[in-house]
Design a protein around this ligand. Structure first.
Ligand SMILES: *[C@@H]1O[C@H](CO)[C@@H](O)[C@H](O)[C@H]1NC(C)=O
Ligand SMILES: *[C@@H]1O[C@H](CO)[C@@H](O)[C@H](O)[C@H]1NC(C)=O
Ligand SMILES: *[C@@H]1O[C@H](CO)[C@@H](O)[C@H](O)[C@H]1NC(C)=O
Ligand SMILES: *[C@@H]1O[C@H](CO)[C@@H](O)[C@H](O)[C@H]1NC(C)=O
Ligand SMILES: *[C@@H]1O[C@H](CO)[C@@H](O)[C@H](O)[C@H]1NC(C)=O
Ligand SMILES: *[C@@H]1O[C@H](CO)[C@@H](O)[C@H](O)[C@H]1NC(C)=O
Ligand SMILES: *[C@@H]1O[C@H](CO)[C@@H](O)[C@H](O)[C@H]1NC(C)=O
Ligand SMILES: *[C@@H]1O[C@H](CO)[C@@H](O)[C@H](O)[C@H]1NC(C)=O
Ligand SMILES: *[C@@H]1O[C@H](CO)[C@@H](O)[C@H](O)[C@H]1NC(C)=O
Length: 613
């Protein structure tokens, strides 16, 4: 009995299930589908791609979730173009010829998550176009011809997480363009005509995590370029051929874990701009003409794990360059001009896992022995380094060498000073004298000099090291006398050699410095006036020869001109004398001699003339 009941139950259920399936298949055939489109009811998708459509087709089912209208000829979208498609999740309008989108075109798509509109001809997006898209997560408007982002364009996209805006003709991003995008996490702006970082606009994006700015026309990154982007973790600024410098505080306020500044025109490593990025793990400065990485300047980047500087102009990575970088596990410096990379560059070479050092003119000597020793443990990323020198191993890959060959290879020869006969140089005060020091060794040793007071001398100043390694003492002074030490060193060791210098002062007391100085004349003028930098401080003269000559010339000239002015005055004076009378005639009436005879006999007035000079 029970068995019978169970059997009938089973039969009933099966019938019920079959009926339900049949109903579904009936519904399937009833799912409305626009002409010329393919509809897939099981995934609720309508595919109208590649159908030469000039307008959005009619009759799309209201429960569609995906609509593909790409590769058509849509020119414009009217108001409420997609009303009734409230269930739509994905809308693809890419590869059309859209030039116009009316305000509220997307109104009603309250569940839309993804909107793709790349490769169209949009020049402007009016405020309100994106109304009614409260759920949108991804917006792709790349490869259009958009010139500006106006204020509040994206205001209603409160849940937008990713925006692709590459390859537009953007010349301006208005200050409030990104207002409302509080949840935007990723923004890509590539190949735009922007000549400045849109700092104010970006500062609205408080939730931004990844920012990619490529192919911008910027020339510098000014201080505080990325204000109020405290959540930003990944920043990429690349392909900016005019970007030559980063201001010291340009990245101020950022707490990045990944920074790429590649394909720009930076010629120095931007130590100052980076030093506060203590959480940085990935740094890429590839394809910048950076020539060296200096010692001990990156210590603040204590969590750095990867450093890429591919295709730069690196000539040198100084000792202790990666001092403090205890977690550095990948160094990618292929395609540079490096001759070597010493073990002393690293904080600890034990943590290094991946090393790309290929495409560098490496000298395979003792400095690279550490790489050689670790060649089986290190990952060369399928590009092991190759030797460029010495000649017998030129072109050979580090992985070709066998253990038995190793003795005799990857060696250095300590430096040796060549002529060791004691040098004592005597010279008269004021003369210029070279102190010679020649050395050989492999690699070619560097030459430095210590003064008698054991301070290091430099290639500038009155006493300076010449490029050939000799020391030049110009205008030797008595107090320059003493023993100079030539120190030659390379990776294999060092060698030293003393040279003593005696400077004889002038015996005659009459001939003092200034006198001889003036006699020497112009030759002295070329002597640099700043002689500090060497240990030998000479008292500067109160004035130099040039000043003296100028002063004398000026004095003489002013004397001449006063004389000339005098003469001119005299000339004028003598000229004007010609216009006045040179004689003065004075009339006078002489007194009558008789008192009474005054009336009748009128006396003639007399005159006399005086000649004036
Ligand atoms: C729609 O169909 C085209 C071919 O007609 C195809 O290339 C495209 O991938 C389809 N779209 C989707 C979303 O599957
Ligand atoms: C943007 O730059 C591209 C290439 O440099 C140029 O062809 C285009 O005309 C520029 N657009 C504007 C609006 O300046
Ligand atoms: C950037 O900030 C640094 C440190 O405050 C300052 O020294 C420098 O002058 C500033 N540079 C510019 C261009 O304002
Ligand atoms: C890069 O900088 C160098 C000088 O530092 C300059 O000569 C060169 O023209 C710059 N390149 C570009 C593309 O601006
Ligand atoms: C900086 O970023 C790191 C890693 O993402 C995080 O652990 C740290 O809390 C951040 N610091 C601040 C001040 O935001
Ligand atoms: C090193 O850089 C080159 C060029 O950017 C890249 O192709 C390669 O994958 C990098 N290697 C590693 C291990 O990151
Ligand atoms: C010379 O070499 C010795 C040992 O090799 C070292 O202690 C010394 O510091 C070196 N001096 C210089 C100036 O490099
Ligand atoms: C030379 O001139 C200096 C001042 O320039 C003076 O101190 C010194 O006594 C003079 N020497 C002689 C011998 O006149
Ligand atoms: C040389 O002197 C000037 C001015 O006195 C000073 O600013 C400069 O730092 C000095 N240079 C060296 C190398 O001592």
């Amino acid at each position: 009995m029970c068995v019978e009941v169970a059997f009938w139950w089973a039969v009933c259920w099966r019938g019920l299930i079959l009926w339900a399936v049949g109903l579904v298949s009936v519904a399937d055939s009833l799912w409305p589908c626009p002409l010329r489109c393919d509809c897939y009811s099981e995934v609720l998708m309508v595919n109208c791609s590649w159908r030469h459509l000039a307008s959005v087709p009619e009759g799309i089912s209201g429960d569609s979730q995906r609509l593909d209208l790409s590769h058509n000829r849509l020119k414009a979208l009217g108001r409420r173009q997609f009303s009734g498609l409230g269930q739509l999740r994905e809308l693809d309008l890419s590869d059309n010829i859209l030039t116009m989108i009316e305000v509220e075109a997307f109104l009603g798509l309250q569940n839309l998550l993804t909107l793709r509109m790349f490769r169209n001809r949009l020049k402007i997006i009016t405020v309100g176009v994106f109304s009614g898209l409260p759920s949108l997560r991804l917006l792709d408007i790349s490869e259009n011809e958009i010139l500006v982002f106006l204020d509040y364009t994206f205001r209603e996209l409160a849940h937008l997480q990713q925006m692709e805006a590459s390859e537009n003709d953007l010349v301006f991003i208005s200050q409030r363009a990104f207002v409302g995008l509080a949840n935007l996490q990723e923004l890509n702006i590539d190949r735009c005509n922007l000549t400045a970082i849109p700092t104010d606009a970006l500062s609205q994006l408080s939730g931004l995590v990844r920012l990619r700015l490529k192919r911008l026309g910027i020339t510098a990154l000014p201080n505080n370029s990325f204000r109020r982007l405290g959540r930003l973790r990944e920043l990429e600024v690349s392909h900016c051929p005019w970007l030559e410098s980063l201001a010291g505080n340009s990245l101020f306020g950022l707490n990045l874990t990944s920074l790429t500044l590649s394909h720009c025109n930076l010629s120095t490593f931007p130590y100052a701009a980076l030093h506060h990025l203590v959480y940085l793990r990935y740094l890429d400065l590839s394809y910048n003409p950076i020539t060296s990485i200096q010692g001990k300047l990156l210590g603040d980047l204590l969590r750095l794990q990867e450093l890429h500087l591919v295709g730069g102009s690196l000539l040198q990575v100084e000792l202790l360059a990666f001092h403090g970088l205890a977690y550095l596990r990948l160094l990618n410096i292929s395609s540079n001009q490096l001759v070597t990379l010493e073990e002393g560059v690293f904080h600890s070479v034990g943590n290094l896992e991946v090393l790309r050092l290929d495409e560098n003119p490496l000298a395979c000597d003792c400095r690279l022995l550490w790489v050689m020793r670790r060649r089986l443990r290190l990952d060369f990323d399928a590009n092991p380094p190759t030797c460029n020198a010495p000649i017998q191993v030129q072109g050979r890959s580090f992985q070709d060498f066998t253990e038995s060959e190793m003795p005799g290879l990857f060696t250095c020869r300590p430096p040796r000073i060549l002529s060791r006969k004691p040098q004592e140089v005597r010279v008269e005060e004021g003369h210029t004298v070279p102190l010679l020091c020649k050395a050989d060794g492999d690699p070619i040793p560097s030459i430095s000099w210590l003064s008698p007071k054991h301070t290091k001398l430099s290639p500038t100043g009155r006493i300076r090291i010449l490029p050939d390694g000799s020391l030049e003492v110009r205008y030797a002074q008595v107090h320059d006398s003493g023993t100079y030490l030539c120190v030659v060193s390379n990776a294999a060791g060092n060698d030293t050699f003393p040279v003593s210098l005696r400077v004889r002062g002038f015996p005659s007391s009459g001939r003092n410095r200034s006198a001889s100085y003036f006699l020497d004349g112009w030759s002295l003028v070329t002597a640099p006036t700043a002689v500090n930098g060497s240990s030998q401080q000479t008292k500067p003269y109160p004035f130099d020869a040039k000043t003296l000559v100028i002063a004398v010339t000026m004095g003489f000239l002013s004397f001449l001109s006063s004389v000339a002015i005098c003469f001119v005055f005299m000339l004028f004076w003598s000229q004007s004398k010609g216009q006045i009378k040179h004689t003065a005639t004075i009339d006078f009436v002489p007194r009558s001699s008789g008192g009474g005879g005054g009336g009748g006999g009128g006396a003639e007035p007399s005159k006399f003339t005086m000649k004036l000079i």
